[in-house]
Design a binder for this molecule. Structure first.
Ligand code: ATR
Length: 278
């Protein structure tokens, strides 16, 4: 008897998740037999639901807001990048029954920047806005690209300073408040605040972008986000949202689960085309 391997994404809210669509497209493209469902799971329900999923034969899970820290705690083993980010978005059942936790968010972002948009981080001045879980997940992979300097700016200054402190052994990183950005200029600004989701923007100085700079919002939507619009209004060469990162982090999870790397470009183009029609 052949059985179809089961995968899922847990989160809350989860109704609008594009992950089932993306993974089904990957499965179709690579000829992998698998199922992938979205399931509404709150933080309270997570421990019992995740245990039940794997006991019932589930092979792998994606975890999104607000479950990434809980998934980190649930995993019996963690990759180095998961340990650094203290958050897990991908759980994998190992052959010996152990559950491996990984974080593919930062790798997905870097792949989107480098391969899809031909940007370089090496030798550049990079700014991350926000010091929450989303920032924590991307700092390691960004520093891995050897930028000249990485600044984390946050509404609550202390959080940015503490976060930078955690990563300073692997690169040139500092934390500050928005008001301290002053006359600094950056080649790439990444928005990892939750502000974008409610259409808001952190208070940013007008001359924050160096010549030929790019902006990237980790959030995405059918319409350009407030930060993507800010980038265009302030002369960014590129002002992008996180659709590419979403597809790339999914491709990395798919590769971890199935050992096959799907092509991401057709999926990004399909989803981008659909939202332009929406
Ligand atoms: P996530 O896991 O999505 O990063 P989080 O851990 O709650 O979520 O962090 C949200 C981030 O967005 C924080 O950096 C937060 O700033 P504070 O640490 O000062 O709370 C930032 N944020 C949320 N709303 C914001 C707003 N309106 N303006 C600026 N920053 C905002």
């Amino acid at each position: 008897m052949t059985t179809t391997d089961r995968y899922a994404v847990f989160g809350s809210p989860i109704k609008h998740s594009k992950s089932p669509r993306i993974h089904r497209l990957f499965a179709e493209q690579t000829g992998q037999a698998l199922s992938y469902e979205a399931q509404e799971v709150t933080a309270e329900a997570f421990p019992a639901t995740v245990k039940g999923f794997f006991e019932a034969g589930g092979k792998g899970l994606n975890c999104t807001v607000p479950l990434k820290e809980l998934a980190y705690r649930f995993a019996t083993h963690k990759t180095e990048r998961a340990q650094r980010s203290k958050a897990v978005n991908t759980l994998v059942l190992q052959t010996d029954g152990a559950i491996l936790g990984d974080n593919t968010d930062g790798c997905g972002l870097v792949t989107d920047l480098l391969h899809n948009h031909r940007l370089t981080l090496t030798g550049k001045n990079v700014l991350i806005l926000g010091a929450g879980g989303a920032s924590r997940g991307i700092i390691g992979p960004i520093l891995g690209q050897s930028p000249t300097r990485l600044v984390v700016a946050n509404r609550t200054t202390d959080k940015a300073v503490l976060l930078a402190e955690e990563f300073k052994s692997i690169g040139d990183i500092s934390g500050c408040g928005f008001e301290e950005l002053g006359r600094l200029q950056f080649d790439l600004i990444l928005n990892a605040t939750a502000a974008s989701l409610s259409g808001q923007l952190p208070p940013l100085p007008d001359r924050l972008l160096a010549s030929q700079a790019s902006c990237y919002d980790l959030a995405y939507g059918n319409e350009p986000t407030a930060f993507v619009r800010w980038g265009f209004a302030h002369g960014a060469r590129l002002s992008l949202d996180g659709l590419g990162m979403l597809v790339e982090q999914a491709a990395e999870a798919f590769f971890i689960w199935r050992g096959v790397r799907p092509q991401t470009r057709p999926v990004i183009e399909l989803l981008d085309g659909e939202r332009k029609k929406a």
